[in-house]
Design a protein around this ligand. Sequence first.
Ligand code: DAH
Length: 349
Amino acid sequence: MREQLEEIRSRALAELGAGATEAQIENVRVRVLGRTGELTEIMRRMREVPNEERPAIGRLINELKSEVENRIAALSEELKRAGMERSLGEARLDVTLPGMHIPRGWLHPVTLSRERMLDIFSEMGFEVVETQDVEDDFHNFGALNFPADHPAREMQDTFFLPGGLLLRTHTSNGQIRVMERRRPPLAIVCPGNCYRRDELSVRASPMFSQIEGFMVDRAGVITMGHLKGVLTEFLRAFFGADTGVRFRSSFFPFTEPSAEVDISCLLCHGAGCRVCKQSGWTEILGSGMIHPNVLRAVGYDPTEFSGFAFGMGVERTSLLKLGVDDLRLFFENDLRFLSQFRAASEAAS
Ligand code: DAH
């Protein structure tokens, strides 16, 4: 039996030489140490061994077992290390190479304009409040004193949603939403997206953004003079101190009296050109004193409170400011166009 053990040992160790592969190692492990392997077979035959020799043979078996186990462990470790070195050698990393350039983004020109506009209003004491894009008829039309048969309420102008809802056609819903839950004094600007069933074209888009503003206090405190002052101040801060500002009487269902506001043409400075159709002026926003029916709709008594409101298109206003002649440029995200506003974005942040 000793010879047999010696034979198992030398064969196993010969096979577990320095260059042994994973398969060879596994082979030896199963043949020598496995459940039906050579050592198990020997153990089974211990009965044949004379009593006095058993302890010595037993020790030999144990020694052989741990010798083979240790050898296998050492070889496996060696194989693992060699494998790792090989893969490290293949994917060599040169830390002296220049890093990958990850381009940094910048703000869209319309975002820049909107932030500038809101900043000017904030400096004048207005609070910025965002309200919802999905509205009901009451907050977009009814409470704003639109008559039942007003053309804006028709399918060709408004995106209607199931359940009596719609996508707001203007940010004037902000007046209603804010006044419903708060009491004057209020000086608020509401920026947000608006939706109308228009094709995307040089001057229109089915989605665009507006800023609505309003100021309400006890009746008689806020006058048309304040409306003129605030808007003139805003327009001169945004377009330049020498900008001409003109108020023209107009009509909106939610204001009385109403005024449209023009600025002197930025191209010809009032002399008259193709862009301003020789008038010297460009229309820029709508405004007026909030209609008593609007105040009633939000639960204010019009003899107790009054105020003014205004609304303007953000894309339209930026277009004039930046001298862009096609609204579609703002929505197409062509980097050749957008990259022109990179420096402005970095200066603003
Ligand atoms: N809601 C109007 C529009 O979408 C803009 C507007 C005009 C808002 C006059 C006002 C206002 O608050 O007083 O064209």
